[in-house]
Design a binder for this molecule. Structure first.
Ligand code: PEP
Ligand code: MN
Length: 347
């Protein structure tokens, strides 16, 4: 259950509400957002409980029954899809956004070259990792803060917004200074301490799906960020482990309509990590867009053979141009034809 409170609720009114909820056996958690305060009730509410009793309490604006374990991430609570602006670019709200760039920031010269390739295609977001969560401690670990400075400079030159990964809560201040979206990678989806810390900032978070995470677990991870007061969460399907080993991962395209059904949060797809093979990135990108993705994250490299990480899945610049041409054609032909989330279509 979710209880929306009056914007200017008095402290006395709030404690009266909390006391009353406790008396009714309801476990209350307060979340303070930029424009409103709400209480989520964590425990299952008896179906016989008359929620109108809560609406009558002074300071309460609205009450929603939400049975899912994730409350703030659920569509049961928020019917309209979430959208927000990042430096003048709208995320969600039927806009398709592309995040492109190399896996890692490799040098200043290289990230400037990549920024120019990306900007030429009209893309507004550049990606690049400065802190790399590598499977082997002997692999390239990223350029750290120097890398963040490089990507910021290149992005500013080409009017791009920066997406970069965080791997430890101690990096939050630095990443907030240089990035426009903080990426939480698959390996950290259940780093609950990190998620909680990110809830305290007003910086958009791109939350990748854990490689073995069920959708409910993924939405619970989003709930950690939301319940801290940060409403700007983007989900990103990046492939999961299945019994099949013919690709690096299995990109779960079905997660896209499922997320639209269960949640109001925007959902992106990452066919680069989702397949691990550049020749599969274009078809899977098109499939994700056709399935209703709000955006894509793709790895591109000017010379993938020399990439310091994830070379085999990086698109060549010409392939990236082709991808963008095909995406424009696809979105044009889909315009207005997609069945929007939760729409009841009579058959
Ligand atoms: C990445 O985006 O480079 C990355 C490491 O992604 P993931 O967490 O999905 O593996
Ligand atoms: Mn990568």
């Amino acid at each position: 259950m979710i209880i929306v409170l009056h914007k200017n609720i008095q402290t006395g009114e709030l404690s009266e509400i909390l006391n009353q909820l406790e008396e009714w056996g309801l476990e209350a958690y307060i979340a303070q957002f930029e424009h409103r305060s709400i209480i989520s009730i964590a425990n299952k509410v008896n179906p016989d409980f008359d929620i109108r009793k809560i609406s009558l309490l002074k300071g309460v604006v609205d009450v929603y029954r939400v049975d899912e374990p994730y409350k703030l991430a659920s569509r049961a609570w928020k019917k309209s899809s979430t959208s927000f602006e990042i430096k003048g670019v709208l995320i969600g709200a039927d806009e398709l956004n592309i995040i492109a760039g190399p896996c890692s920031i490799e040098s200043e010269e290289h990230i400037f070259e990549m920024a120019s390739i990306i900007a030429k295609e009209g893309v507004k977001f550049i990606r690049g990792g400065a802190f790399k969560p590598r499977t082997s401690p002997y692999s390239f670990q990223g350029l750290g803060i120097d890398g963040l400075k490089m990507i910021r400079k290149a992005a500013d030159m080409y009017d791009l917004r920066v997406v970069t990964e965080i791997i430890d809560a101690s990096q939050i201040d630095d990443i907030c200074e240089y990035a426009d979206i903080i990426q939480v990678g698959t390996r950290n989806m259940q780093n609950f301490y990190l998620l909680k810390q990110l809830g305290k900032f007003n910086k958009p978070v791109l939350l990748k799906r854990g490689m073995s995470a069920q959708i409910t677990e993924w939405l619970m991870a989003a709930e950690y960020i939301l319940s801290g007061g940060n409403e700007k969460v983007i989900l990103c399907e990046r492939g999961i482990r299945t019994f099949d080993n013919s690709g690096r991962n299995t990109l779960d395209i079905s997660a896209i309509p499922i997320i639209h059904e269960l949640s109001h949060l925007p959902i992106f797809a990452d066919p680069s990590h989702g397949t691990g093979n550049r020749n599969r990135v274009i078809p899977m990108s098109l499939a994700a867009v056709a399935a209703g993705a709000d955006g894509l994250m793709v790895e591109v490299h000017s010379c993938p053979e020399k990439a310091l990480s994830d070379g085999p899945q990086a698109l060549y610049p010409q392939q990236f141009t082709l991808l963008m041409t095909q995406i424009r054609a696809l979105t044009q032909s889909l315009k207005g034809k997609q069945i929007r989330e939760n729409e009841n279509v009579p058959f």
